[in-house]
Ligand binder design. Structure first.
Ligand code: DCM
Length: 150
């Protein structure tokens, strides 16, 4: 019991330290085109490989969330996006906090390509609930359906 108390305290302290330090923000992109959203299949880590996500990644120091969305879409999808509104609430993930931003392709930007994923697919509102999403992204399914149904 004493060791469990110590372990519990360590967890509480670790969480408090993370909150004080400012949790790492990870952005995810709900890229919408023709009433469909882009889902990307992850290749790593093993527990997430094969599952589908909204593409994104860690916000770097001195970078806005919108800048991070644009950069990640260039790196992972080879295309330029314009960021629209935040979607849903903060989602707790192991890495920190995940924030979803809706976006659309910039004028004349090429279609996205899977530069770092093992597949891409455009998903309609009807299809969104049936996708095998990574756990965090599953929490925005209802918001995605709303976003895609005008
Ligand atoms: N992540 C997530 N859902 C997303 C994007 C990222 O759950 N749509 C998680 C997976 C990783 C972390 O955020 O734990 C960092 O992402 P990445 O490994 O893609 O840089």
């Amino acid at each position: 019991p004493f060791r469990r108390l110590l372990a519990t305290r360590a967890t509480v302290l670790a969480e408090a330290a993370r909150a004080l330090a400012g949790a790492q923000v990870v952005v995810a992109t709900a890229l919408v085109r023709d009433a469909a959203v882009l889902a990307a299949r992850r290749t790593r880590p093993p527990e997430l490989a094969g599952l589908w996500e909204l593409p994104g990644g860690r916000v770097e120091a001195g970078e806005s969330e919108a800048d991070a969305v644009v950069r990640e879409c260039r790196e992972e999808l080879g295309t330029d996006v314009v960021v629209d509104a935040r979607l849903g609430t903060d989602l707790r993930i192991d890495a920190g906090v995940l924030r979803v931003h809706a976006a659309h392709l910039a004028d004349g930007a090429p279609g996205p390509r899977a530069l770092e994923h093992s597949g891409l697919r455009w998903v309609t509102a009807a299809e969104v609930p049936g996708v095998d999403w990574v756990p965090a992204d599953r929490a925005v399914v209802a918001d995605l359906v709303d976003l895609l149904r005008p």
